[in-house]
Design a protein around this ligand. Structure first.
Ligand code: ATP
Ligand code: MG
Ligand code: FE
Length: 355
């Protein structure tokens, strides 16, 4: 099976061609991503209207580029997969409408893919991970711990009740005068900082439910910075190191609880796996913490390559292939984009949050 994937839910325009071999193995034959970072950096965050326009301008060319690189034409595709949510509605409309048009014109079935499902299934494309497993998604828009039981079968065990982790990095960077995106800037500054200088809060640590909260941390950073203003370069480094330390300790406790719960619910799984996804998964300190946590709990720690952790179309194509292979029906051409679309419907009702 061969599929064309399209991703436009946030600030990356992407197209990819992925093949699923008869043995179930996936192969990325072309994968192009255009990041809109330059368009948004002056504003310190993603501007939805700019993003939508940039997707319109770039998408057709990117799709052609992906097809050219794959050495295949639309006639070789078994289906078209496009992200239809969750995300910024303007971008979703651009990508989904383009996917529909191609599907209609070429007579191929359309799969409207949930962006989160793309992240959730990536580890099966890269590492052939078997169900069930745990996935930690930490990006600019999401912070979730998800039980992945099968294609289309997810249980959200935890989510942020306020800011996403990437957002906390970005806001911390902004208030310290560091460049956007904040994650890499904070990580870099933290290298020469003292992580023990500030004792930042670790919200929800110790609670039985597996949710996250990061807005208090951001406020604590602001108060610390105001108290010692004007901040020197060393102060900034110390704040960043202390911030990252608080995040690492929080994740360790929250995820540690999740691993134990997985053990209790699935005692028969001999070699369980924790999979990470999202831009924040690039952070070396957090990776180290998770690696040692998994080792302690005898979990495999799986971190796909960075370009497949951040937004890309290969994961959307792969999710489409997984849905096809699992026997899911294609979507009608009247399918609508959804800015909010939780993977796990029950969790959505319980928490009232689509994030
Ligand atoms: P979405 O949440 O919709 O999937 P996004 O574009 O916000 O999309 P990603 O592109 O996956 O998310 O990741 C971007 C986020 O990752 C930003 O918040 C950025 O600051 C953060 N990030 C990137 N590198 C690092 C790092 N080394 N340490 C911490 N955070 C990082
Ligand atoms: Mg992004
Ligand atoms: Fe994403």
């Amino acid at each position: 099976l061969t599929i064309l994937g399209i991703e436009t839910s946030c600030d990356e325009t992407a197209a990819s061609v992925v093949v699923r071999h008869p043995d179930g193995r996936g192969e990325i034959v072309a994968d192009v991503v255009l990041s809109q970072l330059d368009e948004h950096s002056a504003y310190g965050g993603v501007v939805p209207e700019i993003a939508a326009r940039a997707h319109v301008e770039a998408l057709d060319t990117l799709i052609e580029e992906a097809l050219t690189r794959s050495g295949k034409g639309l006639k070789d595709m078994d289906a078209i997969a496009a992200t239809s949510g969750p995300g910024l509605i303007g971008g979703l409309i651009v990508g989904l409408m383009t996917g529909k048009a191609i599907a209609y014109a070429s007579g191929k079935p359309l799969y409207a893919v949930n962006h989160l499902e793309g992240h959730a299934l990536t580890a099966r494309l890269t590492d052939g991970v078997e169900f069930p497993y745990l996935m930690l998604l930490v990006s600019g828009g999401h912070t979730q711990l998800v039980l992945v039981k099968g294609v289309g079968d997810y249980e959200r065990w935890g989510t942020t009740i306020d800011d996403a982790l990437g957002e906390a990095f970005d806001k911390t960077a902004k208030l310290l005068g560091l460049p956007y995106p904040g994650g890499p800037a904070v990580e870099k500054a933290a290298k020469s900082g003292d992580s023990k200088r500030f004792a930042f809060p670790r919200p929800l640590v110790g609670e039985a439910r597996l949710d996250f909260s990061f807005s208090g941390l951001k406020t604590a950073v602001r108060m610390a910075a105001e108290e010692i203003a004007p901040v020197s370069e060393q102060d900034i480094a110390d704040i960043c190191a202390s911030f990252q330390h608080a995040v690492a300790r929080t994740l360790k406790e929250r995820i540690g609880r999740g691993l134990k719960r997985f053990r209790e619910e699935f005692p028969g799984v001999a070699e369980p796996a924790l999979v990470v996804a999202g831009g924040v998964a690039a952070n070396t300190v957090l990776r180290e913490i998770l690696t040692s946590l998994c080792a302690e709990n005898r979990f495999r720690f799986i971190a796909p390559p960075h370009r497949l952790c951040t937004d890309n179309a290969a994961m959307i194509a792969w999710a489409g292939l997984e849905r096809m292979a699992a026997g899911f029906d294609a979507d009608g051409l009247d399918v609508a984009p959804r800015s909010r679309w939780p993977l796990d419907q029950n969790a959505a009702v319980a928490l009232g949050s689509g994030k």
